[in-house]
Design a binder for this molecule. Sequence first.
Ligand code: NAD
Length: 451
Amino acid sequence: MSSDRYIDFANSDIGRRLVGAVGLPAPARLERWQAGRLRPVEGTMLVSAGPLADHVRLFAQRLTDSLYSFGSDQPGATAWVAAQGPKLKAVVFDASTLLHSDQLNHLREFFQPLLKSLDHSAHVVILGRAPATLSDPLAASTQQAVEGFSRSLAKEMRDGGTVQLLHVDEGAEDQLEGALRFFLSPKSAYISGQVIRLSHCPTQVQDWSRPLSGRRALITGAARGIGAAIAETLARDGAEVVLLDVPQVSADLDALAARLGGQSLAIDICAESAALELIEGLPEGVDIVVHNAGITRDKTLVNMSAEFWDSVLAVNLNAPQVLTNSLLESGTLRDNGRVILLASISGIAGNRGQTNYAASKAGLIGLAQAWAPLLQERGISINAVAPGFIETKMTADMPFAYREAGRRMSSLGQGGLPQDVAEAVAWLSQPGTGAVTGQVLRVCGQSVIGA
Ligand code: NAD
C-alpha cells in the first residue's frame, strides 16, 4: 500500500537499531481499520471521572470489551492502576470541569502516570467545552489552556499514538458515540492534534455496522486516488454511491462503479452543462456530496500562466460553489444532507508555487464556514477535510527532497494513505455528524505546516 520504504526499514530489526543509534525519525507502522472489524477499540479503554465521561460510560461497552476507570471503580469498569493495569489502547479524559487555572494540574496528574502504559497506535480523546460558549472569562481561558495542552501532548505521543480535543456543547452529548467510534479507532490513524466541536444534531446512526445505510452519495473525481478510496469506504459503510469523473477516464470509473454496485457519471465539473447534467443524473436526489475532484498546476506567481491560474480556480473552487448551489436550489440535495469539501493544508498555511491551489483550497474552507449557518435550518452540514501529505500519484511525482520533507515533518513522521482521508469523509457523512458543521478537519498526522 504505502510506497514509503523508510517505514519498513525503521521497523526492521537492523533498521530499529540503526535509527535509534543515529537519532533518525522512527515512524511507527500505523494500525488501520480492516474490513469486517466490528469493535472500534480492540484493547483496553480507560475513562476518567466527570459529567461528560458519565455519558461515555453509557455506551463504552459497545466500543470495547475491556473497560477501566481512573482512580475509582465505576459500574461495569475496573479501576486502572499505573504500572499494574493493562496497556491502554484508548483513553478518554473529561476536562469539562476544569474552569480555573488551579485545576489544570489534573491534566498532568491524569496523563503522566499512563503515558508509559500506552499500547501501539493508542488514541486519546480529551472532552471539553468550547471557550466561546463560557460566559466566565477565567473559565474560557482555562478551557483554551486545555487546547494548548492537547496539541502539545499530541506532539509527544510515540508509537503511532494520537490526541484530539472534542468540544461538546450542552445537548450534544448523544453524538459522542459516533465521534468516539471514529477518534478512538484506527479510522482516525492519521489524524492528531485536532480540535472539533460537537453541537446538537437531531439525527443519529441506526446501525453502526452500516452507518450510511439508505443514503446516496455523490463523489467527484472518483476514478482514482483519494476519490476512489472515498467511494469504496462510503460503499463499505452502506451508502449507494454515484461516482463522477471526466469522460476521458470513463473505463476506470465504470469498472469501479460496477464493483461497488453504484452508478457512474462522466461529467467535466467545469463544463457549462455540468449542473444540469448532474441534476438530471440524480433524479432521486442525494444525501451526501463529496467535492473531491481537484488539480494542481504549480508555478511561482511570477511564472504563473493565466491558463494554470484559471484552471485550478475553476476545478477546485468555482465548480464546487456552482454545483452545490444548483443541488441545493433544485432540491436534489435532501434535508439532513452532508457536504464535504476536499481542501488541503496548503489552503491553511500557503505553499510556495501554489498561489492558485492554496487560494482555491482556502476558498473551500471559507465556503464551509460561511454556508454552514445558512444550511442549519435544513439539517445540512458542510465541512472541509484538509489532507496533508497523502501517498498518491500526485505526491509520488514530487522531487525526492520535497517528498521526504512532506512525509517526515509531522508528529506521526510519515505520509497518510487515501484510506485515512476516506475514513474522515465517511465519518462526516454519517447522519449524526450533522453535529459538526462549518469546520475543518485536518488529516495530516499533525503536520507542522500551517499548524
Ligand atoms: P488525483 O489527481 O489522483 O485525482 C483527482 C481526480 O479528479 C482524477 O480522477 C481526475 O480525473 C478528477 N478530476 C480532475 N478534474 C476534473 C473535472 N474537471 N471534472 C471531473 N473530475 C475531475 O488527486 P488526489 O491526490 O486523489 O486528490 C484528491 C483531492 O484531494 C484533490 O482535491 C486534492 O487537491 C486533495 N488533496 C490531495 C493531497 C495529496 O497528498 N494527494 C493533499 C491535499 C489535498
